[in-house]
Design a protein around this ligand. Structure first.
Ligand code: SF4
Ligand code: SF4
Length: 153
């Protein structure tokens, strides 16, 4: 059997469908991150972008996302390697760094439930529409150091 496309193609050579299929649907790029510049820590919250469907754990208007949410970053082969706030589990980030996809990735399991089972999906998210900016620190669920940048493939 032929090797899968994510092991044989570079990100820039993938078809749009292959590129999209890399997303595991974890939702972690759609939650508010608090960047504490003094300490270099990133605080992850479970407050999701106003366009995030918290029940389905996906963008409610994916095709128009960048028009509706101005600070939504469209991932591309050319920028993924420099987005140090992306979660270490993200398939785009992993491949950009020459890492393999994890066994729980839906491309192996055929279901997004494996992402939840692996504990890497956003859970109990609330929409930023319902949260006052003054209360945002009450929604911190994890803290992580800002990883050092590595060279892209
Ligand atoms: S962090 Fe990566 S894998 Fe997770 S939803 Fe965002 S793009 Fe998809
Ligand atoms: S606009 Fe959509 S893809 Fe962009 S951060 Fe919001 S929910 Fe995520």
């Amino acid at each position: 059997m032929a090797d899968p496309f994510w092991e044989t193609k570079s990100l820039k050579d993938m078809t749009p469908a292959e590129w999209e299929s890399l997303c595991d649907g974890c939702g972690k790029c759609c939650v508010v991150l608090l960047d504490e510049t003094d300490t270099g820590r990133l605080y992850e919250t479970n407050v999701a972008c106003r366009l995030f469907d918290v029940r389905k754990r996906r963008c409610a208007s994916y095709a128009k996302r960048s028009q509706i949410v101005k600070d939504c970053v469209t991932l591309k082969p050319g920028n993924i390697g420099s987005l140090d706030w992306m979660p270490e589990t993200c398939a785009y980030r992993r491949l950009a760094r020459g890492e393999r996809l994890p066994a729980w990735h839906p491309l192996f399991t055929g279901t997004r439930k494996s992402v939840e089972d692996a504990g890497v999906a956003v859970v109990n998210a609330v929409s930023e529409r319902t949260v006052s900016p003054d209360d945002i620190w009450d929604y911190v669920v994890a803290v992580r150091p800002k990883p050092r940048k590595k060279k892209r493939r």
